[in-house]
Design a protein around this ligand. Sequence first.
Ligand code: SF4
Length: 329
Amino acid sequence: MPLRQSMRLGAYLAKQKIKRVEKFPLLVELEPLFACNLKCAGCGKIEQPHDVLKKRMPVEQAVAAVLESGAPMVSIAGGEPLMHKQIDEIVRQLLGRNKIVFLCTNAVLLPKHIDKFTPHRNFAWMVHIDGLRDRHDESVRKIGVFDQAVAAIKDAKARGFKVMTNTTFFDTDTPADVKSSLDGLSRLTQAVAARDDQLRTLLAHAHAVTGVLADNDEALRDLVTNGNLLLHEVIARRDAIHDLLVTSTQLATQISGLVADNRAQLGPALAHLHDVLTILQHNRNNLDQTIARMAPFIDAFTNVLGNGRWFDSFLAGLLQPYQPSVGGR
Ligand code: SF4
């Protein structure tokens, strides 16, 4: 029990002594329902008639009963208290009246309801564990409940809740059975506590990281600011590329239209150009033949004259007369 709660109980006991009260409650057990989601061997609660199992104690009645007892500690049992739709409200009101509250559960429904509760210095889950896996599952007459309970305990611890366990021993248990169960539960507690240490280490490291981030706040702000500038520049360039693509598309559309519009005029012009090229080709052939046929004459002519002065000569039909025949054949 934490020191704070021990001191509180010590003050309560001293007060009873001073007032010479001989009999007083230290802890009151509240059972706001008998219904349960398990059927443990030897449990008398679930043997109640059906109409009793359907009953739920109202919040006001539960709180008033605890206050009337005057006990500083409350153990809320059942049945399974998490099957009471207002169990979180009962716990809240008792904590509000400075009671130390233990909420008993077999933990099967804990994952479903844990979000309704918040850790409090005077609040603890009291998980029903009758031993290690085989013994517990046999006790509750359902395989897998031990693993569910252990997982729920780890989750509750990770969320910052205090968790205790209670174990039922039967008159058929031998001292060896009791010792074996308690040793096993002790090892389980140490394993969960070790996980607590890991979580504490993790939180300490997280705190250190937070400190480093805080120390570099200025640099981080600059980084974010520069990142924003870079992002704006990238966005501006993306927009420019987008505009270029749009303009290029428009230009391509206009060129396509221009080509389509002028196809009717360009077609005949290209046909005329082809005729001109045909005529030029034809005349180039004539020139080649003329030059080839002149060669023997020039040869004989120069032999006759040597290097003398000149004489006139007439060559009939050397060149073809010009005929403007574009378009005509
Ligand atoms: S979990 Fe508790 S109340 Fe439910 S059947 Fe088992 S012993 Fe009974």
